[in-house]
Design a protein around this ligand. Structure first.
Ligand code: NAD
Ligand code: TDX
Length: 332
């Protein structure tokens, strides 16, 4: 059993990872989370207090970070500003949290020699044409499009430099779009599910033809655990589950599964710089570490996610009001 420091563990993927580790390992976890608009204590509710402790703090604060990294056997770094649309309205916190925050953690790991795993995104590679037969691999050149993805790319490059220059014991994983319970309703799938619950038509950007490569959040967690336990230091692993779908296909599935007419969506203004398509080739992770996704039925995963939002309205009702007020400003 070891002590893990989980940054951003009160957010969507971080809290699902903590829950996954409580169920599948003996690790003790300290969550360091600023509880921004995207993090909540409720996402960690019901977990055993002898396994999970929440420290409310900022990854940019070196004294907090140094003290916590010192006590940890490994760090898994999820904390980030994570939403592309927000980064178009105000990039400032993205620079601070994603770049300076990662730098602060790396400096602490350098001083202590602590094992470090950095969570990143496929968006660092830019986008693919709809008909491109290629998918992203670990050797695809970095070409980010948005303020969000450029700060994630910058944080990845810091990790690589700290490995090479200072011998930090780090790995990186770049994952495709996650779905599942506890995702903030500003994001595509929970936004549309909660719209339908509220009797509002789902909102598709542009013509809805953009493609995302969906993976269930628990499959992301099992892959991160595999890299943490067996990944080679200094290496990058792409995480994906062959889940490419156009946005309109996803919305039609949500509407159908919720008993509505699959055509009952609205087309709204496109996202500036909107990446066309993401697609992951996860052969390295599968061949080297023997990882396989457990969720091979997207519609079944979507159905249980819909069920979770139906049963957990108190968790999302307040954030829904705030998120829709922001979208109203851009007419989206
Ligand atoms: P999220 O926005 O739901 O959660 C982020 C968490 O980080 C929140 O709990 C927030 O309070 C915390 N946080 C933000 N700034 C902080 C700071 N300065 N100090 C401490 N805590 C801070 O994000 P998510 O969707 O769970 O994404 C988690 C990670 O996974 C991110 O690094 C993101 O880039 C990456 N990622 C996400 C996806 C996806 O589909 N959501 C896909 C690939 C990679
Ligand atoms: O209302 C919407 N309508 C719509 O058509 C919203 C919120 C989104 N979209 C589109 C934009 C994208 O093509 O749906 C797709 C998914 O949008 P987001 O949920 O905002 O995700 P994306 O921009 O693809 O980024 C996500 O995956 C990669 C995460 O938010 C990132 O943190 C991760 O790095």
């Amino acid at each position: 059993m070891s002590n893990l420091l989980i940054t951003g563990g009160a957010g969507f993927i971080g809290s699902n990872f903590v829950r996954y580790l409580v169920e599948n390992t003996d690790h003790r976890m300290t969550v360091l989370d600023k509880l921004t608009y995207a993090g909540s204590r409720e996402s960690l509710a019901g977990l055993p207090s002898d396994r999970v402790e929440l420290v409310v703090g900022d990854i940019v604060d070196a004294s907090t970070v140094d003290a916590l990294v010192e006590q940890a056997d490994a760090v898994v770094h999820f904390a980030a500003e994570s939403h592309n649309d927000n980064s178009l309205n105000d990039p400032t916190p993205f620079l601070s949290t994603n770049i300076i925050g990662t730098f602060t953690l790396l400096e602490a790991a350098r001083k202590t020699g602590t094992r470090f795993h950095h969570i990143s995104t496929d968006e660092v590679y830019g986008d693919l044409e709809l008909d491109d037969p290629e998918r992203f691999t670990e050797s695809t050149p970095y070409n980010p499009s948005s303020p969000y993805s450029s700060t994630k790319a910058g944080s990845d490059l810091l990790v690589r430099a700290w490995v090479r220059s200072f011998g930090v014991q780090a790995t990186i994983s770049n994952c495709s779009n996650n779905y599942g319970p506890l995702q903030h309703v500003e994001k595509f799938i929970p936004r549309q599910i909660t719209n339908v619950i509220d009797g509002v038509a789902p909102r598709l950007y542009g013509r809805g033809q953009n493609v995302r490569d969906w993976i269930h959040v628990d499959d992301h967690s099992s892959a991160v655990l595999a890299v943490l336990e067996r990944g080679r230091i200094g290496e990058t692993y792409l995480i994906g589950a062959d889940g490419e779908r156009t946005n309109v296909e996803v919305v039609e599935a949500v509407l159908r599964l919720m008993g509505n007419d699959p055509d009952g969506y609205d087309l709204v203004a496109d996202r500036p710089g909107h990446d066309l398509r993401y697609a992951i080739d996860s052969s390295k992770l599968r061949d080297e570490l023997g990882w396989r996704p457990a969720f091979d039925d997207f519609e079944a995963g979507l159905e249980s996610t819909i069920d979770w939002y139906r049963r957990n309205e108190p968790w999302w009702r307040e954030q829904k009001r705030d998120a829709e007020a922001k979208y109203a400003l851009t007419g989206q």
